[in-house]
Design a protein around this ligand. Structure first.
Ligand SMILES: C[S@@+](CC[C@H](N)C(=O)[O-])C[C@H]1O[C@@H](n2cnc3c(N)ncnc32)[C@H](O)[C@@H]1O
Length: 269
C-alpha cells in the first residue's frame, strides 16, 4: 500500500515538528516525510496521515511523538567531521588541567556520538586519558543517544580517525563483533549523553563550558529558532569560552553577544 500525503497533512505534521524541535521542513521535504513516517502508519495499522496526526497529538500517545521526532531528524555525522575545528581545539587547550579545574566541552547536537568521541580523543591525547576533562553530548533524539552511549560503530566509520588515535582509543571487534569497533572505556567514562531539546524558551543552564560545539543543526532552524537556541547555549558558555558552528552555518544576525574569532568560531567576551 502506498501512503500519499496531502498538503494539509504535510503542513500539520511539519508544523508539529517545528513547534517541538524548531525544525523547518520546506514543501520539498514531503517525500522525506512520507519515506520516514510510512513505517509508523504500517506499524500502527493506520491508513492516512490525518489518522496519524490525530494519533500522535493524542496526549496518551506521547511515546509516538518521540518516535516521530526521532524519525524526522537528520542525524548524519562522522568522526573528525570538519577537521579544522579539532585543530583549533588542540590550539586552545590548556597544557594540563590543574586538580579541581575540569575542562568542559559540550557537543550540543551530538547525534550518535561521533563528534563527542572525536573531541574525547583530542582531549585524551593532549590532557591525558586520566586528565580532568568532561564531555557532555546532548540531542533531541532518544534513539541516536542510545547508540552514542554504546560507543560501538561499524569499522567503515573509523575511516577518518587517525591511526594513532585508533590504536590508542578504539578496540577492534573480534569473533561476532568483527567489522565493528568500540570506543575504549577510558574515553567513554569522560563522556555522558543526555536527551535535551535546544528549542525551549529559557532552557535550563547545562553547566559552564569552555567550548560548545553546535554544528550542522542550525541549518534546520529559521532565524527566530536560531536566536533562541544560541541564546540558550550562551548562558552555559564560560566567559572566554568558544562556540563552534558548522561550516555552512554562521551567527551573523543571530547574536551580538559573541565575537567572531574565525569563520564558524565565536568567543564569549
Ligand atoms: C546533522 S546532525 C549533526 C551532528 C553533529 N553535530 C555533526 O556535526 O556531525 C543534527 C542533530 O541535531 C539534532 N537536533 C535537531 N533538532 C534538535 C533540537 N531542537 N534539539 C536538540 N537536538 C536537535 C538531530 O537529532 C541530529 O542528531
Amino acid at each position: 500500500m502506498s501512503y500519499q500525503i496531502n498538503d494539509t497533512e504535510f503542513k500539520r505534521l511539519s508544523g508539529l515538528l517545528y513547534d517541538i524541535a524548531g525544525i523547518s521542513l520546506s514543501d520539498a521535504k514531503k517525500v522525506l516525510m512520507t519515506g520516514r513516517l510510512s513505517k509508523r502508519l504500517i506499524a500502527l495499522g493506520l491508513d492516512t496521515y490525518t489518522q496519524y496526526y490525530k494519533y500522535v497529538t493524542d496526549p496518551s500517545h506521547a511515546d509516538e511523538l518521540r518516535f516521530m521526532v526521532d524519525l524526522l531528524t537528520t542525524n548524519e555525522t562522522y568522526f573528525f567531521r570538519e577537521p579544522q575545528h579539532f585543530e583549533f581545539l588542540k590550539e586552545i587547550l590548556p597544557k594540563s588541567t590543574e586538580r579541581g579545574d575540569v575542562y568542559h566541552v559540550w557537543s550540543a547536537a551530538a547525534s550518535i556520538g561521533a563528534e563527542a568521541y572525536t573531541i574525547a580523543m583530542v582531549l585524551a591525547d593532549k590532557l591525558g586519558v586520566d586528565g580532568a576533562w568532561e564531555i557532555l553530548g546532548t540531542d533531541i533524539s532518544h534513539s541516536v543517544l542510545e547508540h552514542a552511549r554504546r560507543g560501538h560503530y561499524r569499522l567503515a566509520e573509523a575511516e577518518k580517525i587517525h591511526l594513532p588515535y585508533l590504536k590508542k582509543f578504539c578496540l577492534k571487534g573480534r569473533d561476532d563483533q568483527v567489522g565493528t569497533f568500540l570506543i575504549d572505556k577510558k574515553l567513554r567514562q569522560h563522556v555522558r549523553f543526555e536527551q535535551l531539546n535546544l528549542n525551549v524558551e529559557g532552557m535550563k543552564k547545562m553547566g559552564e563550558f569552555d567550548v560548545i560545539f553546535l554544528r550542522n543543526v542550525l541549518i534546520y532552524f529559521d532565524i527566530p529558532t536560531k536566536q533562541r537556541v544560541v541564546a540558550n547555549l550562551i548562558r552555559s558558555l564560560k566567559s572566554g569560552g568558544y562556540l563552534i558552528v558548522g561550516h555552512s552555518e554562521s551567527l551573523n544576525g543571530i547574536t551580538n553577544v559573541l565575537t567572531a574569532v574565525k569563520p564558524t568560531i565565536y568567543r564569549k567576551p
